[in-house]
Design a protein around this ligand. Sequence first.
Ligand code: ADP
Ligand code: MG
Length: 264
Amino acid sequence: MSQHQDATVVVQLLSLRKVYGKQRTRVVALDGVTAGFGRGSFTAVMGPSGSGKSTLLHCAAGLDRPTSGAVILAGRDLATTREAELTRLRRDRIGFVFQAFNLLPSLNVEQNVTLPLKLAGRRADKDLVRRVLSQVGLGERRGHRPGELSGGQQQRVAIARALVTRPEVVFADEPTGSLDTGSAREVLVLLQEAKNLAGQTIVMVTHDPVAASYADRVLFLADGRVVDELRQPTSGEVARRMTQLGSWAERPGPDGLRQGAVMR
Ligand code: ADP
Ligand code: MG
C-alpha cells in the first residue's frame, strides 16, 4: 500500500452488468462486476480481448450506462444520475486518458491542458498549470501544438490534462497501447508519480504485463467477470496468470457452450 493510499473507497462498482444488443446479437460484456478502488491506489485491469475491460472503464467513468448495477462515486450512483449532472461529475471529478491521446490539434500544449478548467468555468491557476506541465516534463513545450510532439509527449499532455482538475480518479484505457517501449515507460512512471506524490487514484486498462506491473493491484477479467486479483504485481507473475486465464476463458462451460463475450 502506498503512502497516500487510505481506506476510503473513491469508486465502488456493485454487481455491474452490461448487455449489448438483443437476441442473436446479444453480448454480455459485464456479468456482475463488484470492485472498489481506494483513494491513492493504482489498479490495472487486464484480460483477453473482448473480456469487457473498456466497457468496465466506460461504465465506471460515466461514459456509458450499465444495464444494471451501481457505480458509486462522490456519494452518487452514476448509473442512475441524469445526464446534465453526469456531465458535470465527469468534468469536475473524473479524468480520462485514451489510447489515441484525443488532443485538440489547433490548441497548443498549455491550451489543451487548461481546456477542462475553461469548460468548467474555472480560472486556470497559473502555478498549478506550470507545476503540472513540469511534472509531465513539458514545461518547455507549452507553446507547441500536438502535431509538433512525439506520441509519448502527446500522451503526457493528455495526462496533464487529466490531472489538472485534480479529479477523484483518473481512468486510462490502454494509455501506452500506441507508444514505443521508452515512451510507454515514461507515461507509466508519470502515472505512478501522480499516485505517489499527489495520492491520485488511477484505474488503467492494459493488456501488457509490464505496464500492469507499475500498478499496485491487478484485476483480471474474463468473460465480463473478475476472475483473479494480484497485489504488488511483477510482470512475470502477471504474464503467468494471463496465460492461465487464456486457457480458463476458452474452456467450455458446463453445458458445452462458452458463455459471455467472444475471444478474438
Ligand atoms: P475489451 O476492452 O476487453 O477488449 P470490450 O469491453 O471492448 O472488451 O468488449 C466486451 C464485449 O462487448 C465484446 O464482445 C465486444 O464485442 C462487445 N461490445 C463492446 N462494445 C459494444 C457495442 N457498442 N455494441 C455491441 N457490442 C459491444
Ligand atoms: Mg478495450
